[in-house]
Every structure is written in C-alpha cells, then in structure tokens.
Design a protein around this ligand. Structure first.
Ligand code: ADP
Length: 450
C-alpha cells in the first residue's frame, strides 16, 4: 500500500510517543501505589502498637477517650474486644457502622475489608496482660490512598493527551520540513525531464542526503550526456563516411545512364569504380557493426590459445599476400592467453595491415613476443611513415586518420585501431603506440598474466 512520507513519519512518531508514555506512566503509577500502600500499612501498624502498649500498661477504665484519639491517625477507628470476641468499646462511637467478623478478631493479623463502596485495612492484635485480656482492632480507611492514586492516573492521562497532541502538531510540521526538499527535487526532475539532457539540478538544501542525491544525479546526467553526445557523434561520423562512397556510386551510375550505354570504356570504368566503392561500403558497415557490438556479451570461459602459433600463421598468410615485404619474428617460448582465436586474429590483421599500408618504402615489419614476470607483451613494428607526435594519442579514436585522403586511398576508414583497442580492452589487455615521423611505428599490446 502506498502512503506519503509525511503520514508515515507522523504515524511512527505518534506510535513511539504513545508507547513510551504508556510504559513510563504505568511504571510511575505502580511505583507510587507501592509507596503509598506502604505508608498506609505503617500508619496502621504504628497506631496498633501504641494502643496495644496502652491497654497492656493501663487499667481499662482509667483510659481517657482523648488518649485513644491521640494515638489514632488519618481517620482511623478503634474497637476493643473481650477474649471471646465480644465488642466492649469503639471509638468513635458513631461513624463506623460495620462489624469486623469474629474470625478475624480472634486471629490477629492485617485484613482488607470492603464496606459500602469503601475500602479499609484492619489490624487485630491480642492483648494479654494483667489489665486486659482480649483483642483490639484498628481500622484504617483507604480512601486517601485511592484518591491520590486516582489523581495521578487523571494527571497522567491529561499529560498523555497533551503530549500526543503536541507531538502530532510538531511532527506534522517536521515531516513537512523533511519532505519539502524531496518535493523540490521531484519538481526539478520534472523540469529536467521536460528540458532535456543539458539541464542540471540546482538545489541547495541543508540536508546531506538530499545534497548527495542531487550530486549523484548531476554526475549521472553528465555521464549520460557525454555518452549520448558520443553516440550522436558516432552516427554523424558514420553517415558522413558512408556518404562519400555512396555519392561516388551515384555519380558513376548517372554516368553509365547517360553515356555508358554507348561508350564501353565509360561503362567498364564506372562499373569497376562502383564495385570498388560498394566493397568499401560493405567493409565500413562491417567495421561499424564490429564497433557497436555489445562487449558485455562475454563468452563464459575461454580456453587459452598459443599466441605465438597465431602470430606465425597470420604472418605466413601476410607473406603470401605481400611477397615484397620482409617479416621478421622474435618470439618467446610458448605464450598462452585466454582469448578467442577469432578476436586475436582480428587484432593481428588490423595491426599488420596498417604496418603494410604505412610502410610502403622500407617494407620491413618486425613482430616480437615476450613473456614477462607479470604480463605478456607483443610488439609490431614497421619502418614506415610514422605518426606526427600530436596525432599519436588520437589515432585510436573512431574515424581518426592522420592523412584522410591517403588513408582512403589505402582503403582505410579510420576504424581499425579503435576496433583493435576495444577488443584488447575487453580481454583485459592494454594497447599503446610509439611512433616517429618517417622512422616508423611500434604497437605495444599487453595482456596480464593469469
Ligand atoms: P585506417 O583504416 O585509416 O588505417 P586505423 O584506425 O587503422 O584507420 O588507423 C588510424 C590512423 O592511424 C591511420 O589513418 C593512420 O594515419 C594512422 N596509423 C595507423 N597505423 C599506422 C602505422 N603503422 N604507421 C603510420 N600511421 C599509422
């Protein structure tokens, strides 16, 4: 069931205050009642002891009414009995209209007695002396005790109602104070929702949690905006890249349409160019798909493969494709790493292709592998054109090419290095390059040892 934060907070605080108040008052009333009862017993006992002493030491008929009266407290009453339990005298003579049962008289003790809606405590005592043989009873009314107790309960109830009402009002306002920043937060969220990515929350409260929430939200929006912009840029770049070959194909189809039907030479040339450009488009689309593939689809457990074997087989294939090039190898002992064979081959093809493409003068490519104490290192070096210093950090970016027309001539889309980097990083590896213009380039690939 959904409730508002405010009503939940109020319910909770009322519950707490009622619970703690009931516990506190119950304890207070119980303790006070024990104490008051004890006072009543003591007053009764004191009177009984004193009257007993008086009847034991003084002749019955010489005792004055005033002496009896002075030994009684708090409206207590007194009765004198014979040995057989017959009443002889009572003080005051009126005002006590009940009789104490004989059973209780001849068995001296303290008894409770209820009569006409009133409670009494009765203490009977045996007197056995030369002056008197019999019993006395002191009757102690409990009305004072019950009145005080009743008053305490009434006061506790009044205080209870008052504190609950005050808590209700305070918690209503407090809850309002607490949820206000959340309302403001929600309103701002709606604003951001309507105004798009670039809006940020501007909400300063004096509540740590809310400030932290706002900060986290703004950070999340920064990340989202950045990734949104990257995606947008990517789509723009990709469309731009696709436009050139498509325009070329369109141009040549128009050419064929206009002249090619009669001019065989135009037809041949335009068809060939269109086929080449279509090949380029296909390659570009394949590369785009490769880049946008979800790298989170991690295959469960990959068996380690022998990297050196893969390098040798790739280099042999390259040698056949490019017989004019020299490939030299400097491979360490067998190196195993868990990576899909297809992916490792893809990386090698990208770097070897680049080395071949950009080392068209010396045509000398060197591949080295090394097993180090904590990592595996693979280096692919060429003695080619190199990369200007300011571009070294950019060539791994999507679509980045140092010399756009040269790269296009060589069939590149500027996606190779970013694909390779993505594959290496998704396999927990790391890649960087060193390059000097007109001297050559070295690609460094590192995988952690597992
Ligand atoms: P491309 O398809 O254009 O080769 P890449 O992403 O593979 O795209 O490379 C990006 C750019 O980095 C290239 O355009 C080129 O300028 C530069 N580059 C890559 N490898 C080399 C290399 N071995 N020697 C010189 N420049 C290189």
């Amino acid at each position: 069931m959904k409730t508002s934060l405010r009503s939940r907070w109020m319910r909770l605080s009322i519950l707490i205050i009622i619970g703690s108040f009931i516990m506190f008052s119950a304890f207070l009333i119980y303790a006070t009642s024990l104490y008051l009862k004890d006072l009543q017993y003591r007053a009764l006992d004191r009177s009984a002891v004193e009257l007993k002493a008086m009847y034991e030491t003084t002749a019955f008929n010489t005792i004055d009414e005033r002496e009896i009266y002075s030994n009684l407290y708090d409206n207590q009453k007194f009765v004198l009995y014979t040995n057989s339990g017959e009443e002889v005298y009572r003080w005051p003579s009126r005002g006590m209209s009940f009789n104490i049962p004989r059973e209780q008289i001849i068995h001296p003790d303290i008894y409770s007695l209820d009569f006409e809606d009133m409670s009494y405590l009765v203490q009977t005592v045996k007197i056995d002396s030369e002056y008197w043989n019999g019993y006395i009873a002191v009757v102690h009314p409990m009305n004072e005790y019950y009145t005080i107790l009743q008053m305490i309960i009434i006061i506790a109830t009044i205080i209870g109602f008052m504190s609950i009402s005050i808590t209700l009002v305070i918690s209503y306002f407090m809850a309002g104070q607490m949820v206000r920043p959340i309302y403001r937060f929600t309103r701002q969220l709606q604003y951001v929702e309507n105004n798009g990515f670039s809006e940020r929350l501007d909400l300063k409260t004096n509540l740590e949690e809310i400030d932290y929430m706002v900060l986290s939200f703004n950070k999340m929006m920064d990340t989202l905006e950045e990734s949104f912009n990257q995606q947008k840029q990517f789509v723009e770049d990709a469309s731009h890249e696709l436009r050139t070959p498509l325009q070329i194909v369109q141009g040549h189809l128009n050419l064929i349409n206009r002249w090619g039907k009669n001019d065989k030479a135009v037809l041949e040339e335009s068809l060939q160019i269109s086929i080449d450009e279509m090949g380029r488009i296909t390659k570009l689309i394949e590369e785009l798909l490769e880049l946008t593939k979800n790298e989170n689809e991690k295959t469960n457990i990959i068996d380690p493969i022998n990297l050196n074997e893969e390098i040798i087989s790739r280099v042999n294939a390259m040698k056949q494709l490019h017989p004019a090039y020299t490939f030299t190898l400097d491979l360490d002992q067998a190196i195993f790493y868990p990576i899909s064979q297809y992916q490792f081959e893809q990386i090698l093809v990208i770097f070897l292709d680049n080395a071949v493409k950009y080392d068209y003068i010396n045509k000398s490519i060197h591949i080295k592998s090394k097993l180090m104490s904590n990592k595996i290192k693979i280096e692919i070096s060429d003695k080619g054109v190199g990369i200007p210093e300011e571009d070294v950090n950019k060539v791994f970016d999507r679509f980045y090419r140092v010399d756009k027309s040269r790269s296009r001539e060589l069939g590149g889309n500027g996606l190779g290095l970013s694909i390779a980097k993505k594959i290496i990083e998704s396999n927990e590896g790391n890649v960087y390059l060193e390059s000097k213009i007109n001297e050559g380039t070295t690609i460094h690939i590192e995988f952690p040892l597992k």
